[in-house]
Design a protein around this ligand. Structure first.
Ligand code: SF4
Ligand code: SF4
Length: 429
């Protein structure tokens, strides 16, 4: 086991985090909404119609190797073409009325057909592009990536579910690692964790079964969990952002959740019926690890956790600093969501259009060694040509710069605006 430090930049968030020991299981709602876009592949094609009776485990939509299986027994209420995901893309969805008693079938997977089972299960990996696991495996094999890093880091305050995976589900994680080793036979298998996790019982036992497996412990610094920073900390190597890491470094990154779902699959359980997520409430020390079916409305999850929705100013998914704000609490849980952050009224950061005071703090914290003040400034003044010169493409949108800016300039929004403009110019050319 190695103990590594973060290279440069970044911010230290609250060090004291109490990880939940208990899982809160959310009962099924009366209706679930299954987004037809659960990964980076374009929307799936429904295989069911209005009023089709479905069983938990039935395949209900597909496109290529991207699969959606119904997590519940029920009746298809409607196929909605106009459903938008939380990024505002019109992707469509299937609404299912859930039967009062919904089965939770165990599947008898034939171990000789592991790859076929993985396709049928619909497991996705959420590191980098969100891809069906089978496609990720194909990329690993195509580029002969012989090192696999399993990312057990999320933002420190939102890392409850990774703690839970290792502390309470270590047998399933061990099964997932065994399957991964059998299928891909990587030379090195590295699990990346925060130093807090050194005290997790059962880690040695997981490591003990595999000769090629090591654990590295990393300092708690945001955004240590982002792929370029993670790779730099562990392997001391950089690679061109937005390029295929497997091609450039012969390394691939998988999420710890993927290993968990893989382990569950080969223990006979249906993936994503009890997807684990971390819910962070208000003051950042109040975290829950929750098990809920995909398709469950986020509002239903918060109700079950007794969140007073009147006191909530916004709900953000997949990050407390750089996550995306949900347009509505009816928005359903999807495979890609790992964190739900509930922000209370009164704690909002008021972004403003103050003038930059050139304090340099944003430059100091930028983990990609960029000049956020210039990136934002040139975007604001529509001087887009300068953005490429200042390497805007390397920005990982972590939000460190905006977090520390004393005059609350919405730096990331401006950077995103600049990037979108350059992207549009490129597609016209
Ligand atoms: S410029 Fe980009 S990479 Fe740098 S701190 Fe800001 S958001 Fe993060
Ligand atoms: S932190 Fe804010 S005020 Fe300071 S240099 Fe950066 S943009 Fe300007």
């Amino acid at each position: 086991m190695r103990d590594l430090s973060f290279s440069s930049g970044g911010i230290t968030l609250k060090p004291l985090v109490v990880y939940p020991e208990r899982l809160t299981l959310i009962p099924l709602p009366k209706k679930i909404t299954l987004s037809l876009k659960q990964d980076s592949i374009s929307p799936l094609i429904p295989l069911v119609k209005k009023n089709t009776q479905v069983k938990a485990g039935d395949k209900i939509a597909q496109k290529g190797s991207s699969t959606l299986i119904s997590p519940v027994d029920g009746r298809v209420l409607q196929i909605r073409k106009d459903f938008r995901n939380y990024l505002g893309e019109e992707v469509g969805a299937i609404d299912i009325e859930v039967n009062e008693i919904s089965s939770f079938p165990q599947k008898d997977f034939n171990k000789k057909e592991q790859l076929g089972n993985i396709i049928e299960s619909g497991i996705v990996d959420t590191q980098g592009q969100i891809l069906p696991l089978i496609e990720k495996f194909e990329i690993i094999q195509k580029y002969k990536a012989d090192t696999i890093i399993i990312n057990g880091l999320e933002e420190i305050v939102a890392n409850g579910r990774n703690y839970y995976f290792l502390q309470k589900k270590n047998q399933i994680i061990a099964q997932g690692l065994k399957t991964l080793n059998e299928l891909l036979q990587p030379k090195r298998l590295i699990i990346a964790l925060y130093r807090d996790f050194r005290r997790v019982e059962g880690i040695e036992e997981i490591v003990g079964h595999h000769n090629n497996l090591e654990i590295v412990f990393l300092k708690n610094k945001y955004p240590q969990h982002r792929i370029p920073i993670l790779v730099r900390s562990i392997l001391k190597q950089d690679y061109p952002i937005n390029e295929i890491i497997e091609k450039h470094l012969k390394v691939s990154i998988l999420d710890l959740e993927t290993i968990y779902e893989l382990g569950r699959l080969f223990n006979g359980y249906m993936p994503y019926r009890e997807k684990l997520i971390t819910v962070v409430k208000g003051d950042l020390t109040n975290t829950h690890v929750v098990g809920a079916s995909i398709g469950t409305p986020i509002g239903h999850i918060l109700n079950q956790l007794h969140v007073d929705l009147n006191s909530v100013s916004k709900v953000v998914v997949n990050g407390t600093i750089s996550g995306t704000s949900l347009p509505s609490l009816d928005y359903p849980l999807t495979k890609e969501i790992g964190i739900i952050f509930v922000q209370n009224k009164g704690n909002e950061v008021e972004f403003c259009e103050e003038v930059c005071i050139k304090c340099g703090l944003c430059v100091e914290v930028c983990p990609m060694n960029l000049m956020p003040l210039f990136l934002s400034g040139y975007s604001q003044s529509n001087q887009f040509d300068f953005l490429t010169k200042f390497n805007i493409g390397s920005c990982i949108e972590c939000g460190c710069c905006a977090y520390v800016c004393p005059v609350n300039i919405p730096l990331v929004q401006w950077i995103k605006y600049g990037k979108a403009h350059l992207q549009a110019q490129k597609s016209i050319a």
